[in-house]
Every structure is written in C-alpha cells, then in structure tokens.
Design a protein around this ligand. Structure first.
Ligand code: GDG
Length: 467
C-alpha cells in the first residue's frame, strides 16, 4: 500500500489526545494520520540563522513527523506575511485587512521551494502526497520542477473567495496556475468549488473537461468538495472521560441555575467575536427579564499575535466585553465571562456539554469544527442548541442548527431567545439529526474520500477500457 505523505505549514499532533491542540487543521490531520502509514512533513515553528534543510524525524502521538526549521525572514515574509497578512484576510473577504507586499510574494515562493527541496529526498515513487492549506498553494509546482511524478493532492481548509475579490491580488493568475500542477484539488464546500470554477472559466479561460474535471494552463485537474469532519467517536468518548465529567460538574456548580451560552474560537477576526458580543448585548436589551438568568462564556485562545490585525481585534474585544460587563453586571452576575486561554480537549468537551446554547457565528469560515464538536459532546437526554452562521462551511451540512446571519444583531438576538426557549422534544429531534451527520461525515470519511480521489482511477479505467 502506498504511503501517505501529508504536508502542511505546521506539524503539531497532540502528544496526548486528551490534550488536543488549538486549530482545526492540526486536530483533523492528527486524527487522519494516526491509523495510516505515512509521514507528516512541515515547519517545526523554530527559526535558525541559515536554512539548512535538515529534517528532524520524530514519533508523536502515534504519528511520524518530519520537521524542518525556517529562517526568521521566512517567518516574517511567508508565515506572518503572505499567508497571514495577504491570503488569510483576502480569502475571508477582508480586503480592508489585506496587505499586498512584494517581499511577501518572494518569501512565500522561497519557502514553498525550500519545502519541496527538503521533501524530495524523503519520497518514494508510489507515495501519495497530500498538501494542505493556503500556506502551500505552489508546492506541487515546486515539486514538479524537481522531477516529482507522484500523485499530489491539495486541500484548502479556508474558503475560496469570489472571483472579483481574488482579482484584487496582484499575480492572482500566476497563483492559480500553480494549482494546475496538482492531480486533485479539494475544497470544503460546493460553493467554494463553484467559486474556483468561476475563476478558472472567466479569468483563466479554462473549461470543464468532464464531471469534476477542469482544464486550464494546459493541464486537467480533478476538483471536488470534501467537507471536513471531526474525530466524532473520539470526541464522544472524550466527552464521557473523567476530565470532561469533572469539568462538567465544575461548570454546573458555577452556573448556579443560570443558562450558559457558549463560544469557543481561536481569537481571529474571521470568527465574528465582536459582532457576537454586540448581538448578545442586543439580546440583554431586548429581554431584560432574562438578564440575570443567562451568561455568555467566550473562550478565545490567542493566535497569530505577532500580526497587527490580531492585536487590534484582541484590543477591541477587551474593550467591548469590558464595556458590556460594566454596563449590565450586578454584584452577583457578570453577563460575559471572557477567557483568553486554552483548555485541554477533554475539558473543553465537558464545557460544551454544560452549555445550553453554542454561538458559532463566524463572518466567514471554511468549515468550523467547533460546531461539530459541540454536537458530539451533548448529553442525549438534554442536548443544547447550536446557533450557526450561514457563512460557515458547516452550515451546508448542519441545516438542523438555528442558522443566523452573523452581521445582524437583531437576527442573532432573536436566535438566542429562540434557542433558550426551545422545548426538549424539538431540541432532541434537531440534535439527533445533527449528530447523525457529524458521525457519518467524520474525519475518517473525509480522509478516505480524499485519498481515494488522490489514488485516482484504476489503470484500466484511466485508459478508458470498459470493466
Ligand atoms: C481551519 C479553518 C476549518 C479552540 N480552542 C481550544 C481548542 N480549540 C480547537 C477547537 C477546534 C479547533 O481548535 C478550531 O477549529 P475550527 O474549525 O473552528 O477553526 P480554525 O482553527 O480556523 O481551522 C476552519 C478547519 O481549519 C479544518 O479544516 O474547519 O474553517 O479556518 O478543534 O476545539 N482546543 C483545545 N483547547 C482550546 O482552548 N484543546
């Protein structure tokens, strides 16, 4: 059986599954690779004075990892620069936060080249190579230049933006052209896949070459949507663990009979945290009778804090949470518990379980795994209600959630009221359907579907012979 070589910017499988790691990609890939023979290759997160291309192989949490150090300039131009100041905001529809700097382009190209040069000696002829996310879009092009003939797939964890937005990126065409060196390109949703096709047809003068196949730049690639899932079984078990139960009990005591509305996110402007706080404030204004019976617990783990836009959103959230608390709190009630630290994954599962309502309201999100984890962690006898932004990829699948427009405070305030008032039978019915989907479309199903596409058709089918 061929090995699976996974390539992503950072390589950080949790050493202990109970611990977890913040970030959807890490959790998903660790779960996907654990039962597969292969290697997970990427940046160690460390910098060195001069790039050497030396690899450190390790075994962590049942996964073989291969780490390479980058230079400080790489971190600034490639990671903080092109990845997190150019592509991330642009692909999340925030042109106002997008920097277009040539030095970032150069850093991005350099690191993709360095990754490819470092990976090549590790490769065997029938390895399947699976590259992840916006940091590494040109990786296949660099590998092909070095003579790699293996099948290479790419999966984008974040949204693919609308054509008009993408064209604000200098050299957008050159970037998209590099994608045509892959054999398979995967997106989270049909909507993203369509946006890509729209670009290819209208900007790159490409064409549809058959079902799920696009031709442009003299290459044909397979393009499909592969909605990512969670390790559902693992999460359900984590929610029943001792750690989770202890955390659940602690939460119950601290609730003191109040209802809890919960948010769990990386501290990122795409997650709609400020809009969420303001919508919750609107709810407090609309329903003064409920004020002291409810509180919002927002866990927001700091992330990418070297990038100014992240410092800025953190500062704004401190201000908004402080203002709302100052205005509405009483001597024995605080409306928002705002927490800037991470929790163990099993503790998180206990916190999800104790919540009456989850507010998952990103302004744009590739998928959003928190929505799925919340569902997996609920108590079947008394499940909580999921309020989900229609702009999260997860909304395509999770239609039994209360879907909201995260840009409208009134909409969200109404949704909170409805969710808190939802009778048990209705809650159970919706939750059961949601859970069924979370279990069926889990991370293993996602991996298996992608890897099957990456293997490609059997040789006789590829030659066009009838079976
Ligand atoms: C990207 C895309 C896509 C959060 N706080 C803690 C903690 N987390 C974990 C959650 C969840 C993960 O981080 C966040 O995943 P998301 O999917 O919500 O978001 P991104 O990090 O932006 O992920 C996203 C994903 O990739 C996968 O393709 O869904 O759209 O943006 O697993 O539980 N984990 C722990 N403590 C915390 O405090 N242990």
């Amino acid at each position: 059986m061929s090995r699976l070589i996974v390539v992503s910017n950072r390589v950080n499988p949790p050493a202990d599954p109970g611990l977890g790691s913040t970030g959807g990609l890490a959790m998903a890939l660790a779960a996907a690779l654990r039962e597969y023979s292969g290697v997970w290759f990427g940046w160690s997160g460390e910098t060195t004075e001069h790039f050497t291309g030396q690899i450190r192989m390790q075994r962590v949490g049942g996964v073989t990892i291969a780490l390479v150090d980058l230079e400080e300039q790489d971190r600034l131009e490639y990671y903080n620069g092109y990845a997190n100041k150019t592509l991330w905001p642009l692909f999340h529809y925030r042109t106002d936060l997008t920097s277009y700097e040539r030095s970032f382009d150069e850093g991005y190209a350099r690191v993709n080249r360095r990754f490819a040069e470092t990976l090549v000696p590790l490769l065997e002829p029938d390895d399947l190579i699976w590259v992840h996310d916006y940091h590494l879009i040109p990786m296949a092009r660099e590998l092909r230049k070095l003579g790699v003939k293996n099948r290479i797939g790419f999966f984008l964890h974040i949204p693919w933006p609308a054509r008009r937005l993408l064209t604000t990126l200098p050299k957008h065409r050159a970037l998209v052209e590099t994608l045509f060196d892959y054999d398979v390109i995967g997106f989270q949703t049909e909507d993203n896949r369509e946006a890509f096709e729209d670009y290819v047809i209208h900007e790159a003068h490409g064409s549809v070459a058959g079902p799920g196949r696009l031709t442009a730049f003299d290459h044909t690639v397979q393009v499909d949507s592969f909605p990512i899932g969670i390790d559902a079984q693992g999460f359900i078990e984590a929610a029943k663990s001792d750690e989770a139960t202890q955390q659940f009990d602690r939460m119950q005591t601290s609730l003191a009979g109040r209802r809890m509305v919960l948010g769990v996110d990386r501290l990122d402007y795409s997650k709609g945290l400020e809009e969420r706080f303001l919508a919750y404030e609107q709810f407090l204004i609309d329903h003064p009778e409920q004020q002291e019976d409810v509180f919002l617990l927002q866990i927001a783990t700091p992330s990418r804090d070297e990038v100014e836009a992240y410092q800025e959103i953190r500062h704004r959230l401190d201000g908004v949470a402080g203002r709302i608390n100052g205005e509405f709190a009483t001597v024995d009630w605080v409306p928002i518990r705002y927490v800037n630290r991470g929790y163990r994954r099993d503790q998180l599962a206990g916190i999800y379980r104790a919540a009456d309502v989850a507010l998952v309201t990103p302004l744009r999100d590739g998928m959003n795994l928190v929505a799925k984890e919340f569902v997996a962690a609920q108590d079947p006898e008394d499940p909580g209600v999921l309020i989900l932004s229609r702009f999260a990829g997860a909304a395509d699948q999770m239609t039994d959630a209360v879907l909201v427009n995260p840009f409208s405070r009134e909409d969200m305030s109404d949704a909170i009221r409805r969710a808190l008032a939802m009778p048990l039978t209705k809650r159970r019915m919706r939750w059961e359907r949601l859970l069924e989907g979370v279990k069926r479309d889990d991370v293993n199903a996602w991996r298996d579907r992608f890897v099957a596409a990456l293997r490609g058709p059997p040789p006789e089918a590829a030659n066009g012979d009838k079976p």
